[in-house]
Design a protein around this ligand. Structure first.
Ligand code: DQA
Length: 142
């Protein structure tokens, strides 16, 4: 099973950025551990601060992967282009946020992408990515 993780703006700074909100672990460190936990999966990861690059990755992985885990960062709350890209591809997309966006500023309470995702995981820290993989595995046909 092929799973693509896509992280949006500022998530390259995980571990350094507001550690009280996002934790002290870099995504690279976490990703190495994640790959060890799921050795049978083809897990790939990309991060970009640029909205169009996230759209390009969704278009590409959306026809090649069995699932996409998307943390669109702040574009979650603003991007019709990401909404449309998720709608355009057959792969199921799971929306993940490290923090609980509903316990934060009101502008984070609105997501333009949730309606096109299979589901939303928010507030469980980096564990949210693992929970998303567990969901995709549970849907795999044996
Ligand atoms: C985030 C939440 C967003 O509101 C914020 O803009 C981010 C990170 C999260 O993972 O909690 O950059 O997506």
């Amino acid at each position: 099973m092929k799973v693509q993780i896509i992280n949006g703006p500022n998530l390259n700074l995980l571990g350094k950025r507001e550690p009280d909100v996002y934790g002290a672990t870099s995504f690279d460190t976490f990703f190495q551990e994640l790959m060890k936990k799921f050795p049978g999966l083809t897990l790939t990861y990309m991060q970009s601060n640029i909205e169009g690059e996230l759209v390009n990755q969704l278009q590409q992985s959306g026809f090649e992967s069995n699932g996409i885990i998307l943390n669109a960062g702040a574009y979650t709350h603003t991007s019709i282009a990401l909404h449309d890209a998720i709608a355009a591809v057959p792969a199921p997309v799971i929306e993940v946020h490290i923090s609980n966006v509903y316990a934060r500023e009101e502008f984070r309470h609105k997501s333009l992408i949730t309606s096109k995702c299979v589901g939303l995981i928010t507030g469980f820290g980096l564990l949210g990515y693992e929970l998303a993989i567990q969901y995709l595995l549970s849907k795999q046909k044996v």
